[in-house]
Design a protein around this ligand. Structure first.
Ligand code: SF4
Length: 489
C-alpha cells in the first residue's frame, strides 16, 4: 500500500536500452565510431566498447562508464590503437545490478570463417530456452547476455557464407534486435522482422555508416541514406551495400516509445522527426485535457517538445519553471535507492521567478514509478505555485517491456497498481491526465487513432498487446531480459 509519504518507487522513466554504431571503408573508423557512440550516449551509460579491423587484426576496447571516459581526449591513445577502416561499437544499459566486463559489447568470437564482432540493441524473448538447449549440447557461455546466444547459433551453423550463417541463427530467435556485426571484409546490419528497434544507414564520403539514430550521423558529418527496413539485412563490403530480406514478413511494430522518450529529439526516426512527433503529442494532449492555467512548464529535458506543443495548442504561455543541472547524471544510474532519491533533488530546481503565484501545468513524457513526479510537484508548491496540474505525453505505462527496455516488474509500475485519480493523490497534483492511446496515434499521423488489427507500432507497455511471443516469460523464467544470469564480480 502506498500513500503520499511512502514511495517505494524511485524513477519516473523507463530506463534506456542500447546503441549500436558501425563504419565500413573510412579512415579513422575507430575514432568515427567513438564520436557516433558519444552522440548515442543517451541510449546507454553503463558501459561502452569498440572493435575495429585493420585488414590483418581485430582491435578491441571495452570498458565501464561513459564513452568520454573510455574514448575521450584523455584516452586518446586508446582510439589510436583502434586501427583500421572498419569498426563497430556499442553503448550498454543492462538490467543486471553489477556490470561485468564479460557482458560489455561488442562481443567477439573466432569462428571457422574467421573473427567476428557483434553488437545488439534489443532483447531476445526465447534466449533462455535457446541457451538451455545450447548448454545441453556442450556450448560454454562466456557472458551472461542474450546476444551470446546468437554467437553460439552462428558458430553451430553449416551455411557457406557469413550472412547465411547469421540468417540461420536469427530464424531461431524470437524478440527484438537491431544488430551490427563486423567481419574481416564487411559490416552487416540486421533488423528483426517487426522492426521494433531502429537502425539507419548513412554515408560519409566512401564510407558507409550504420547507427541506431540519425543524430550520430550528424555528429560525424555523414549523410542519412535510409532506414534499414524491418526484416532487412544489409551487407556492406568493398562491392557496396547488398540488401536481403531473408525472414518471413511480419506486421511492422516499431517501438512507439522511441518517439516519446528514448530517441534524441534531433533524430529522424522512420521518416519522422522525434522533436516534431513530441510537439504533436503535446498538442493532442492539450486538446484532450487542457485546464485553465497561467503557465506551461516542461519537466526537462524530455518533456520540453511536448510542452511546447501543449502550450501552442492551449494558447497558454510556455516558460522554464524547472532548471536542470546538466552536470548530474541520470538518476537511474545511481547505485542505491537513497542516492537515487537524492539524485532527483540534485538534478532539478524550481525557477521561482516563473512559478510564484501561478497556476502551473507541468508536462512530462511518462510516469513509470512516480517519485520524480512527486518531488517536482513538491518543488513547484514550495516555489509558490497556487495550483499544479500534470499532463503526461504518453498513455499510462501499465505493462513491462520485454523488447530491450529495462522496465520494472508490472506490479512496480504506478499505473498498473492505481487509477489515474489515485496516482494524482499520491503525486500531489490538483489534476493529472495522460494522452489517450488514440490521441497518441492521432499525433503520429493516424487520423482514426489506434487500429487494433494493425496498430503499426509496438505499444505493449500501454496496451499489453505484445507483438512478439514472450517465450521465456511464458515459461518458468520470469521478467528476464538483457542478462541471463546474475552477474558475479
Ligand atoms: Fe517500446 Fe513499450 Fe513496445 Fe517496449 S513494450 S518496445 S518500450 S512500445
Amino acid at each position: 500500500m502506498t500513500d503520499a509519504t511512502s514511495h517505494p518507487i524511485d524513477e519516473d522513466h523507463l530506463n534506456d536500452e542500447c546503441a549500436v554504431f558501425g563504419v565500413f571503408g573510412g579512415t579513422d573508423a575507430g575514432a568515427l565510431t567513438a564520436l557516433g557512440l558519444h552522440a548515442l550516449q543517451h541510449r546507454g551509460q553503463e558501459a561502452t566498447g569498440i572493435v575495429s579491423y585493420d585488414g590483418e587484426q581485430f582491435h578491441a576496447h571495452r570498458g565501464n562508464g561513459h564513452v568520454s571516459e573510455n574514448f575521450g581526449q584523455q584516452s586518446g591513445a586508446i582510439v589510436e590503437r583502434l586501427k583500421g577502416e572498419s569498426a563497430i561499437g556499442h553503448n550498454r544499459y543492462s538490467t543486471s545490478g553489477e556490470t561485468n566486463l564479460r557482458n560489455v559489447q561488442p562481443l567477439f568470437a573466432d569462428f571457422e570463417f574467421g573473427g567476428m564482432a557483434i553488437c545488439h540493441n534489443g532483447n531476445l524473448t526465447n534466449a533462455f530456452e535457446l541457451r538451455r538447449d545450447l548448454v545441453r549440447r556442450g556450448c560454454l557461455f562466456q557472458s551472461t547476455t542474450d546476444t551470446e546466444t546468437i554467437v553460439h547459433l552462428i558458430a553451430r551453423g553449416h551455411q557457406s557464407t557469413v550472412p547465411d550463417r547469421i540468417v540461420d541463427a536469427l530464424v531461431q530467435v524470437e524478440g527484438a534486435y537491431s544488430l551490427v556485426c563486423l567481419t574481416q571484409d564487411s559490416i552487416i546490419g540486421v533488423r528483426d522482422p517487426y522492426g521494433v528497434r531502429p537502425l539507419v544507414l548513412g554515408r560519409l564520403g566512401d564510407a558507409y555508416i550504420l547507427s541506431s539514430e540519425t543524430c550520430a550521423l550528424d555528429i560525424i558529418g555523414a549523410d542519412f541514406v535510409r532506414d534499414v527496413a524491418a526484416g532487412e539485412m544489409v551487407v556492406i563490403n568493398d562491392q557496396g551495400v547488398r540488401s536481403l530480406f531473408p525472414f518471413r514478413d511480419q506486421p511492422k511494430r516499431f517501438c512507439i516509445f522511441e518517439y516519446i522518450y528514448f530517441s534524441r529529439p534531433d533524430s529522424i526516426v522512420e521518416g519522422t522527426s522525434v522533436y516534431r512527433a513530441r510537439q504533436m503529442i503535446g498538442g493532442e494532449l492539450a486538446k484532450e485535457s487542457a485546464v485553465d492555467a497561467d503557465v506551461i512548464i516542461p519537466v526537462p529535458d524530455s518533456g520540453v517538445p511536448a510542452a511546447i506543443g501543449f502550450a501552442d495548442a492551449a494558447k497558454i504561455p510556455f516558460d522554464l519553471g524547472i532548471i536542470r543541472n546538466h552536470y548530474v547524471g541520470r538518476t537511474f544510474i545511481e547505485p542505491t535507492d537513497r542516492v537515487r532519491h537524492l539524485g532527483v533533488k540534485l538534478k532539478h530546481n524550481a525557477n521561482r521567478a516563473v512559478v510564484e503565484g501561478k497556476r502551473v501545468i507541468l508536462v512530462d513524457d511518462s510516469i513509470v514509478r512516480g517519485t520524480t513526479s512527486t518531488k517536482i510537484v513538491e518543488m513547484m508548491r514550495s516555489a509558490g505555485a497556487t495550483e499544479v496540474h500534470m499532463r503526461i505525453a504518453s498513455p499510462p505505462t501499465t505493462h513491462s517491456c520485454f523488447y530491450g527496455v529495462d522496465t520494472p516488474e508490472r506490479e512496480k509500475l504506478m499505473a498498473a497498481r492505481m487509477t489515474v485519480d489515485e496516482m494524482a493523490a499520491v503525486i500531489g497534483v490538483d489534476s493529472l491526465a495522460f494522452i489517450s492511446i488514440d490521441g497518441l496515434y492521432r499525433a503520429m499521423g493516424k487520423a482514426n487513432g489506434r487500429d487494433s488489427d494493425d496498430p503499426g507500432f509496438c505499444d505493449a507497455c500501454f496496451t499489453g498487446d505484445y507483438p512478439i511471443q514472450l517465450i521465456d516469460q511464458d515459461s518458468e523464467h520470469e521478467n528476464q531480459q538483457l542478462s541471463l544470469l546474475a552477474a558475479v564480480s
